[in-house]
Design a protein around this ligand. Sequence first.
Ligand SMILES: [Zn+2]
Length: 148
Amino acid sequence: MKYIYTFFSFLLVTSCTGQVKEVDNTFNGRALPENTCYVVNGGTEKPFSGEYWNHKEEGSYICVACDSPLFSSDHKYQSGSGWPSYYDVLNEGNVRKLKDLSLGMERIEIRCNTCDAHLGHLFNDGPKPTGIRYCVNSASLKFKPSKL
Ligand SMILES: [Zn+2]
């Protein structure tokens, strides 16, 4: 059991830094809190636990690792999922979509197109006019109180 734990710790450290010996939590050259680092590397925060799932101020949401503008409060809505949800992106080119076959499901993963940080997943149960729900981890985002 101890061996398994050590092995997974090792994996976490190496996947966060890309280097075996460094223990800092960095992504895209930026030091990030441990939980943030876990999420931008593909993890998922617990629902209703993040900073922005119930955040209602007007402004923009930018990438936590590179500041690329990703989402706007104009497209944010209460999905009830416990994660910040948007029915559109600020700029189509800033969010990359990839097929994700993990957990035995076929889903679409969304990542920052600039630094490759994992953002969340995309579902087709969003409201009009797009019918799409961008389900995003709070940890992948930073809020800017001004619209871009
Ligand atoms: Zn980014």
